[in-house]
Design a binder for this molecule. Structure first.
Ligand SMILES: NC(=O)c1ccc[n+]([C@@H]2O[C@H](COP(=O)([O-])OP(=O)(O)OC[C@H]3O[C@@H](n4cnc5c(N)ncnc54)[C@H](OP(=O)(O)O)[C@@H]3O)[C@@H](O)[C@H]2O)c1
Length: 198
């Protein structure tokens, strides 16, 4: 199976890569690293990327930034960061990638538990994560040729200790459980699901 992994060098992406690379052809992708480069914040860059990388079976995205900061000073420009990077970036991987994915292939996007379990400073990422989950549920109804889509929505992960102070009382999830959710999405049969890893 040819697997495209966007964000392969990241905290979550590295663990996904280690899980899938043994049994599959893995294409590592990032904006500054990897076998191929793409900036998911740019439609032109995504179009160029898919043309270069060619047909694939599975796309997993573990990339996309948002704005993290207090509501009282948040601006529309700040908010747009999450909309244009984490939300539209990943949505665009599907909107454009649907024309390159092989029949019965799949997409797996990354949201996060802030969609339903908010923390202070997280309004932008809460909104973006909820939108990604809704997009996945809905896009599953219309993707053609048996192509599936699921969204993985983890809480803070054990390999991101820098985030722990912002998640009081949240128990970080193990990287093994996070990686398993991506494997369930990519290699299972379900579609339109949101896999909460909490
Ligand atoms: N870490 C957590 O606890 C946690 C929990 C829940 C959800 N999440 C979500 O999971 C995703 C990944 O998180 P992470 O902690 O693994 O992030 P990370 O360690 O910062 O890694 C980000 C990855 O994305 C790539 N990337 C960054 N900007 C990109 C762009 N514009 N286009 C394409 N690739 C890009 C980076 O590679 P390059 O440097 O080469 O661009 C890197 O491989 C994020 O959306 C985050 O919100 C994380």
């Amino acid at each position: 199976m040819k697997i495209i992994l966007i964000g392969a060098s990241g905290t979550i992406g590295r663990k996904i890569a280690a899980t899938v690379e043994k049994d599959h052809e893995l294409v590592r992708v990032g904006s500054k690293s990897g076998d191929f480069r793409v900036d998911i914040g740019s439609t032109e860059s995504i179009e160029k990327f898919f043309t270069e990388v060619g047909p694939f079976d599975t796309l997993i995205s573990a990339a996309g930034d948002g704005h993290f900061g207090p509501l009282h000073s948040m601006t529309a420009k700040d908010f747009r960061k999450g909309l244009e990077s984490k939300l539209l970036g990943q949505v665009n991987l599907v909107l454009i990638g649907q024309h390159y994915v092989r029949p019965k292939g799949s997409f797996t996007l990354t949201a996060g538990s802030l969609s339903e379990d908010p923390i202070a400073l997280g309004a932008n990422l809460s909104a973006v994560n909820a939108a990604l989950e809704a997009f996945g549920r809905s896009a599953a109804l219309e993707l053609e040729n048996g192509v599936r889509i699921n969204v993985v929505s983890p809480t803070v992960v054990e390999d991101s200790p820098g985030y722990f102070p912002y998640f009081p009382g949240h128990i970080p999830v193990t990287m093994d459980r996070v990686a398993a959710a991506y494997a369930k999405s990519a290699f299972g049969a379900q579609t339109g699901q949101v896999y909460k890893v909490v």
